[in-house]
Ligand binder design. Sequence first.
Ligand code: 5GP
Length: 115
Amino acid sequence: MTDKTIFSRIIDGELPGTFVYQDDVVVAIRDLKPAAPVHVLVIPRKPIPSLQHLDENDVELAGRMLLAASRIAEQEGLEDGYRLIVNTGPNGGQTVPHLHLHILGGRKMTERMVP
Ligand code: 5GP
């Protein structure tokens, strides 16, 4: 058995994944069950469990994740906009305990999650 996260196993090539971006800090793969025509997960190589576990040492990493998301959205042709989601913890609906951003695009996001 391994205690590595699914995403660490994909990053390490132990499980398949469709990579759309990689640098020294983050990778991005297509979601297995896309909720939009473009659904990409931006994942830090460091297996931080969730946003709740970020600390001062992760400030650059957090910025690099956002910058990568912006670059990937451009690369994916999402010039009309997109949505970034970070599900966090049980109440946030997080299912994989390895921090990740969802980039959702390619359709109009009609679901209003905030007033
Ligand atoms: P969460 O619910 O934690 O915010 O998001 C986890 C996401 O990971 C889900 O959208 C789910 O479809 C995706 N996912 C789960 N397992 C795999 C996998 O093995 N490969 C890929 N590419 N995506 C996965």
